[in-house]
Write a protein that binds this ligand. Structure first.
Ligand code: ARG
Length: 471
């Protein structure tokens, strides 16, 4: 059979043009959604009396057979049929005969492709919330296991103040929590039906868009037919959320890589998540976090790529928009790969509590606390800061830490010091003194973990509900 749009043409399409303009190589990913959309569309055509009931039945039976064949990977898609929409229509017509040609009544590939992508992406969004939920769960479990583990906290990658390792991990739980919220919020903009917009202006047939929306479990229909076929905001929004998730994963990756180094030795990643060197027998390389950090680049690239494709497009559909797919598929695959590995990698990570403790004992991260001690004695903070700065300088020259100083030594810097300073300087005391909401004191971190557990339960319920809504 010739091309579905061949009537107006007298010459064959150039072979290179055929290859250049086809999208079947990648948009076959949308095959199931394409059939799903067609089933709802043809059901509506029947209900509205646009097609006779027995035609509708034949087409629906044919579409169900096509769907089974897609699931068995039993259809040979061809470049000659350009894209997934025409490949499926052709397959249907081969199966049911010319009646299959009635399916496309009142519809265009422009509203069809947009519908397919909305259907496809809303499933992925729910799956990503589920994956982030699993990662958060692994982080919360590690936090619980490290509720007494003290580690240096850093600013400028210089030791700043000691914190609970649990507190550090819970910071990532908060970040991934915002990522989850963003995805959940985007669902309401993804879950809108474009179908019925036709090529750009609507259709002359008395269709019922709201019925189709209901069939496909969409909450709303696009208000404007031009917007319906031109909008790719929902993809951009996803690519942007995915970029932020990758950025969070990349920061955590960077920390895991640092912490696994001999210089830190704070954590050890499980053998199952590392690889060796072909020449240096001693090496155990953190390839997974390194690759996640590296692949963040292509995810950003996909976002900027699509923003650039769209920036000067006049309304409505332009073939440029076919370029919306590969980046989206690549981002989904890249993010799936990263999240799939991250949860078990965090869950199996060994935390070297002793090494963290050693690090805290050998630094000046308790310096703020003696400054605060002097403030408690009435010294203005700026003066206290100056006094402790000098004390630290003295320690460095003497190769000592603050807890090593005798009372006489302390008194050289301020007469306000007394014996209670030794208790104030203990790392546990330093940590627990920061007992403000959101701070690192054990009591606060326990509260944060309890709230995270409650949020996890909510997310899990959301996933169950929305998995059902998006299939
Ligand atoms: N393969 C096309 C795409 O992905 C489908 C829409 C084609 N529409 C058209 N008017 N040529 O954008």
């Amino acid at each position: 059979m010739s091309k579905l749009w061949g009537g107006r043409f007298t010459k064959k399409t150039d072979q290179l043009v055929e290859e250049y303009t086809a999208s079947i190589m990648f948009d076959k990913e949308l095959a199931e959604e394409d059939v799903q959309g067609s089933l709802a569309h043809v059901t509506m055509l029947g209900k509205q009396g646009i097609l006779p009931a027995d035609d509708v039945e034949k087409i629906k039976d044919g579409l169900h057979r096509v769907l089974q064949r897609i699931k068995r990977d039993d259809i040979e898609f061809t470049i000659g049929d350009e894209d997934i929409h025409m490949n499926i229509e052709k397959t249907l017509i081969d199966d049911v005969g010319t009646v299959g040609g009635k399916l496309h009544t009142g519809r265009s590939r422009n509203d069809q492709v947009a519908t397919d992508m909305h259907l496809w992406l809303r499933k992925r969004v729910v799956e990503f919330v589920d994956m982030l939920y699993k990662l958060q769960s692994a982080l919360v479990e590690q936090a619980k296991a490290n509720i007494d583990t003290i580690v240096p906290g850093y600013t400028h990658l210089q030791r700043a103040q000691p914190i609970l390792f649990a507190h550090h991990l819970m910071a990532y739980v908060s970040m991934f929590g915002r990522d989850i919220e963003r995805l959940q919020d985007s669902y309401k903009r993804i879950n809108v039906l474009p179908l019925g917009a036709g090529a750009l202006a609507g259709t002359t047939f008395p269709i019922d868009r709201h019925f189709v929306a209901k069939e496909l479990k969409f909450d709303r229909v696009y208000e404007n037919s031009l917007d319906a076929v031109s909008d790719r905001d929902f993809i951009l929004e996803f690519l942007s959320h995915a970029s932020i998730i990758m950025m969070h994963l990349s920061r955590l990756s960077e920390e895991l890589i640092l912490w696994s180094s001999t210089e830190f030795r704070f954590v050890e990643l499980d053998d199952a998540f590392c690889t060796g060197s072909s020449i240096m027998p001693q090496k155990k390389n953190p390839d997974v976090p390194e690759l996640v950090r590296g692949k963040t680049g292509r995810v950003y690239g996909n976002l900027v790529g699509l923003l650039t494709v769209l920036k000067s497009l006049p309304l409505a559909y332009n073939k440029d928009m076919q370029e919306d797919k590969e980046g989206m598929f690549d981002t989904v695959k890249t993010l799936q790969g990263a999240l799939q590995l991250f949860a078990p990698m965090i869950a199996t990570m060994k935390v070297n509590k002793e090494q963290m403790r050693q690090a805290v004992n050998k630094d000046f991260s308790n310096a703020t606390d003696i400054a605060d001690f002097l403030v408690g004695k009435g010294l203005p903070f700026r003066q206290a800061h100056e006094v402790i700065g000098k004390t630290v300088l003295y320690c460095i020259e003497q190769n000592k830490f603050l807890l090593d100083l005798t009372m006489e030594e302390f008194k050289q810097f301020s007469s306000l010091f007394d014996d209670r300073i030794y208790a104030v300087l203990q790392p546990e005391q330093v940590v627990n003194a920061r007992n403000v909401y959101g701070g690192t004191a054990k009591e606060q971190v326990e509260g944060a973990i309890a709230r995270a557990d409650a949020a996890l339960a909510e997310t899990s319920a959301w996933v169950v509900e929305y998995m059902g809504r998006s299939r």
